[in-house]
Write a protein that binds this ligand. Structure first.
Ligand SMILES: [Zn+2]
Length: 108
């Protein structure tokens, strides 16, 4: 049963598409143009601008994401989260399986 569960996890991992670690966020900006609507009362700020922030090999980065790229990047980010979840499930199942095998080995 555990082997079967691990098999399913591996299948799902194999089907994952493009991956991108990170967090998507939105921000509104104020520009430097005098009298711009972003300085009105109430202010109508520019945006929203989307950005992706991620850390890889201890380096943090942020990149602006165009509206047209947003859907693709969202999918990539979700895939990466799914990867983490699946790896976690695999590790948990594997620990369980190794324990069972060790126990059986000892009972011999
Ligand atoms: Zn402005």
């Amino acid at each position: 049963m555990l082997e079967e569960r691990i098999g399913h996890i591996k299948t799902k991992l194999g089907r994952l598409g493009e991956l991108r670690p990170g967090v998507l966020s939105e921000q509104l900006n104020v520009c430097s143009r005098p009298g711009c609507r972003c300085k009105a009362n109430p202010p109508q700020k520019h945006g929203p601008y989307h950005q992706l922030s991620w850390t890889r090999k201890r380096k943090s980065r942020t990149r602006f994401i165009k509206e047209s790229e947003l859907r693709t990047v969202r999918t990539q980010v979700t895939n990466y989260q799914r990867l983490q979840e699946l790896v976690d499930e695999w590790v948990d199942a594997s620990i369980e399986l190794c324990d069972i095998k060790r126990q059986l080995e000892r009972e011999k």
